[in-house]
Design a protein around this ligand. Structure first.
Ligand SMILES: [Zn+2]
Length: 407
């Protein structure tokens, strides 16, 4: 199996500022709702994951999880984590949850073999979780968080799609109907989160859930209406991992009349029980960051990278490197960023590189000028160059930084 895996070697260099902008907004929203950031483990026990998933739905045992989990090596029992929920419920944090509900969020990679996205086994997910409380308020809070995040990202007319996977009494009926449906229509099942559409002939959850679950859904509808939160009922919400129970939801937007699912969530109160026989109520919402970034790029959300002052240092010959390093050290002592350019052969080459890197100032050391205690300084913001005494370099750089900070 492992020979079929194509390793993703992309390290996001060019677009990293876009990732940072998205993550900044996620962190601002997390701060607003008092969520604490965590870094769960990326490695999990493979047999434990298999046991837990197969308890959640018979469909998982029929469709071998070998097709989904990424085992580290043939003989070991370790797999890369396919999601962020399980590591939290298997962590030492669960003790705290019993005393006080924990509001936590996480940004990081998850690993699955996506059959319909063959070259990408690593996805970046962001999750908000409330663990340790079963109140329906926690569901409503996560719906609100999801909508606020998507609003802040500039998505228009965001709304929630809601449904219910049922309680202890009625859930099994619905999951069995889904298991049966997927065993006849395996192509309808999808591990890739943002697809999230079940065919119209798939079982609809409202046909299977009990009166109490219908009443809970009605309560959510009432509260969302009062909070002026737009929603629709979607009787066929798709989930890659059918271990959820109770209310489930998507956060959506529409573009040219077409629905786009931005994030998805729901309760998963049973998972901790599958882990160690302890009941821990929990609810989460998940966003696929690559999916969001693709949409945000299309919408023109990202600003150009913030222009920051930096100085490029270059010397005519290696004999002048010590002087170059001394100047760099003096600038660093004053919190001024520098780039040491080691490869440029000509001044025009140097200028071009500096412009490409968004540098505002070049300091070029030449033998002849150094003998008179001077260096060539090229101000790329004002397109001006001059020879100045070495002792004036620091003041000149500080002055230029102030000018740029004002721009
Ligand atoms: Zn029920």
């Amino acid at each position: 199996m492992s020979d079929k895996i194509q390793i993703d070697r992309h390290i996001l260099t060019e677009e990293i500022h876009q990732w940072q902008q998205l993550e900044n907004v996620i962190r601002q929203v997390a701060y607003l709702y008092h969520f604490q950031e965590v870094r769960p483990a990326m490695l999990q026990s493979k047999s434990e994951l298999e046991r837990i998933y197969s308890q959640a739905s018979r469909f998982f045992s029929k469709h071998s999880l070998d097709n989904v989990l990424l085992q580290i090596c043939g003989d070991c029992n370790i797999a890369l984590s396919p999601e962020n929920t399980m590591p939290l419920l298997l962590s030492d944090m669960t003790e705290d949850c019993r005393k006080e509900p924990q509001r936590i969020f996480h940004i990081g990679p998850v690993f699955r073999r996506y059959h319909n996205v063959k070259q990408n086994i690593r996805r970046f997910h962001c999750n908000f979780n409330i663990i340790g409380h079963e109140s329906v308020i926690t569901v409503i809070q996560l719906i609100r968080i999801g909508i606020r995040l998507c609003d802040r990202l500039g998505f228009k007319n965001c709304y929630a799609e809601i449904s219910s996977f049922g309680c202890d009494i009625c859930r099994q009926n619905y999951i069995e109907a889904l298991d049966k449906y997927f065993s006849h229509n395996p192509e309808a099942f999808c591990w890739y989160e943002p697809c999230k559409e079940l065919p119209i002939d798939a079982p609809a959850s409202p046909d299977y859930i009990c009166n109490n679950c219908h009443a809970e859904l009605d309560y959510i509808k009432k509260v969302l209406t009062n909070l002026m939160t737009r929603f629709e009922i979607n009787p066929r919400l798709h989930r890659a991992l059918y271990y959820q129970n109770g209310p489930v939801f998507n956060i959506c937007t529409k573009e040219k009349g077409k629905k786009i699912v931005l994030g998805s969530g729901g309760r998963f109160d049973r998972i901790a029980k599958y882990c160690d026989n302890t009941y821990i109520p929990a609810v989460a919402i998940t966003f696929d960051q690559e999916h969001l970034i693709g949409l945000l790029r299309k919408n023109g959300f990202f600003r150009a990278e913030h222009h920051q002052h930096s100085t490029m240092l270059c010397s005519e010959s290696r004999d002048l490197d010590l002087t170059m390093l001394q100047i760099a050290q003096e600038l660093h002592d004053n919190e001024l960023p520098t780039i040491l350019e080691l490869n440029s052969n000509t001044l025009s080459d140097l200028r071009k590189k500096a412009i490409d890197k968004g540098v505002s100032l070049i300091i070029y050391l030449e033998e002849a000028a150094l003998r008179t205690g001077k260096a060539l300084i090229i101000n790329l913001v004002k397109d001006h160059e001059d020879y100045i005494p070495l002792s004036d370099i620091l003041d000149t750089v500080i002055r230029l930084k102030r000018q740029i900070d004002v721009l």
